[in-house]
Ligand binder design. Structure first.
Ligand SMILES: [Zn+2]
Ligand SMILES: [Zn+2]
Length: 295
């Protein structure tokens, strides 16, 4: 089977006419036969697409040919199947909603993976901050990172100011999956009195490609059908199956349509519980199905 290449990328750059850009970009993606999900706004583009090696190579070339996206870094992963159902390009007011406005010029200093690793190993005073949601860091994070109890990035501003208050005068290095959230999150911290804020350039995925099996524990949550992307060659799950409590970090959505919760469920329990997050959901789903078959 031919392997599928998955690209993840973003750039904050002014797009004058997002509607028109969106239309043309969708035509380009369809022409190349890609699948994926791309957000376009006046502030830039944020996307992930998948295709064969040739298809994504042609896409990268086409995107780089547009001066606004010249040299834009693409994070690239290889999988066995498409992590997207179809190709969607959408216009949004912003490409990333933090729930607070920032001036992107205030974004934190970008650290290359080697600079970050060096600091991590030598600067014991540095505070590593995970800017992601709780269901993401639960299955993997940098060892000793400070994590935030947030369910959505829109909660970052309020929660970060509370939780990170003790570190206002410390050297902070923050990270997220691919870097896009930290561009805004680091600016937000700086605009709110934090003295020394940096971010990992290209996020976890870029770091993981260069330094697997070092200071990352667990796996990396991703927002497509794969649910996770491995950083290390081997890893011990940080979480357990919510049904049988054996070590496991396989995420799925509960099959019970009214629940649909993100849950960690092992392959055995997925089969025995019909893809549900719990026994309760499984029983409810079966009862519903039975009722529907009777009436
Ligand atoms: Zn289980
Ligand atoms: Zn459920």
């Amino acid at each position: 089977m031919e392997s599928i290449h998955i690209l993840l990328y973003y750039r904050y750059v002014q797009i004058e006419d997002p509607m028109r850009f969106c239309k043309e970009h969708l035509a380009l993606c369809n022409h190349l036969g890609l699948r994926g999900r791309i957000l376009v706004a006046k502030e830039g583009m944020n996307g992930s697409v998948s295709g064969t090696k040739e298809q994504v190579a042609a896409y990268k070339q086409a995107v780089h040919a547009d001066a606004r996206f010249a040299g834009m870094p693409f994070k690239e992963d290889i999988g066995v199947s498409h992590p997207f159902k179809k190709m969607v390009v959408k216009v949004k007011p912003v490409i990333l909603n933090m729930g607070a406005d920032v001036t992107l010029e205030n974004t934190g200093t970008h650290l290359k993976p080697d600079e970050f690793l060096h600091l991590y190993e030598t600067d014991k005073d540095m505070v590593v901050v995970d800017a992601r949601n709780d269901y993401e860091w639960r299955v993997g994070k940098f060892k000793n990172a400070v994590t935030l109890p947030i369910k959505t990035f829109r909660d970052f501003p309020k929660v970060a100011l509370q939780e990170l208050a003790p570190y206002k005068n410390k050297k902070i290095v923050m990270y997220c999956t691919g870097g896009i959230r930290c561009e805004k999150a680091s600016a937000y911290l700086k605009e709110n009195g934090f003295q020394d804020v940096s971010q990992i350039d290209g996020g976890i995925l870029t770091f993981g490609k260069q330094y697997p099996d070092t200071i990352w524990e667990g796996t990396c949550f991703v927002f497509d059908r794969r649910m996770v992307s491995n950083i290390n060659t081997e890893h011990t799950p940080l979480t357990v199956c919510e049904i049988c409590t054996r070590p496991c970090d396989l995420y799925r959505n509960c099959s019970h349509s009214t629940c649909d919760a993100y849950c960690v469920v092992c392959i055995d329990c997925e089969q025995s519980h019909g893809g549900c997050c719990s026994k309760a959901c499984f029983v409810e789903m079966q009862t519903k199905a039975m009722r529907n078959s009777i009436f």
